[in-house]
Structures are given as structure tokens and as C-alpha cells.
Design a protein around this ligand. Sequence first.
Ligand code: FAD
Length: 117
Amino acid sequence: KLTNETAKAELGRASWKLFHTILARYPETPTTQEQGTLSSYIHLFSQVYPCGQCAEHFQFLLEEFPPQTGSRKTAAMWGCHVHNQVNKRLGKAIYDCGNILKEYDCGCGDKPLADSS
Ligand code: FAD
């Protein structure tokens, strides 16, 4: 059985992976609606995140650093920045955001499934 700390760390790694991958797949030139969707997703994510203490800290971070939804690049850089804020608080190394889009390329192509027919 996992200890609580191990489970919390595994949840964190899985969550960050999805989080950064979503941002790296976000449209390069999003519509107003897509910007609203991403912003809602991030705020809702911060409210349902299963580690309560983490969720609370993340909600404060979102107040200080509101999601940047203007483009794929700004969204991905914002995500990298807020993860680095968490890294800093936990005493972890700061991550280099320079290659963020390449590092989180999911290999899924650039069109959503619904448009690919
Ligand atoms: P993680 O931080 O999980 O990172 C996983 C991998 O992502 C790294 O190995 C690296 O390859 C890459 N990476 C690292 N930094 C970045 C970056 N800035 N941008 C892009 N990629 C990066 N844990 C707590 O104990 N207390 C908390 O309050 C807490 N709050 C959290 C809030 C959120 C929203 C999330 C998703 C997780 C939180 N966690 C918290 C978990 C914590 O952030 C780590 O996920 C966990 O400690 C495991 O750390 P790790 O060293 O394996 O790397």
C-alpha cells in the first residue's frame, strides 16, 4: 500500500502531466470561447483537485497568477510558471520552460478528433 506522501506525489505527477499536455495542445490562436473554456477548466480543476491542501494553495496561486489564455505559447508558459511556483514552495528544482511545447507534445496531431473526418 502506498504511503500518503507517495500517493500524493503520484497524483501530482499524473496531474501535472495532463495539465501541461492540455496547455501544449491548446489552440495557437484561441477564440474567445476557447479562452473562457480553458480558464474555467483551470479554476474548476483547482476546486476539485483531490489533495485539499494542494488545491487550496493552487487557488491562491491562481489569484496571484491568473491563467494566461491568449495563445498556446502564453498558456504553456503560464502553466510552467505556476508549476515552478509549486516547485519553489516544495523546495524542488526550478524547471526550464524554454522547450515546454516540445516536451509536452502528445503526438496527437493538431486537429481535435471531431474535426478530423
Ligand atoms: P512534479 O513536480 O510532479 O513534476 C513532474 C515532472 O514534470 C518533473 O519530473 C519534470 O519532468 C516536469 N516538471 C517539473 N517542473 C515543471 C514545470 N514547471 N513545468 C513543466 N514541467 C515541469 N504536493 C505537496 O506536497 N503539497 C502541495 O501543496 C502540492 N500542491 C500541488 C498542486 C497541484 C495543482 C498539483 C498538480 C500538485 C501539487 N503537489 C503538491 C504535488 C507536487 O507538485 C508534485 O507533483 C509531487 O511532489 C511529485 O513531485 P516530482 O518531484 O515527482 O515532480
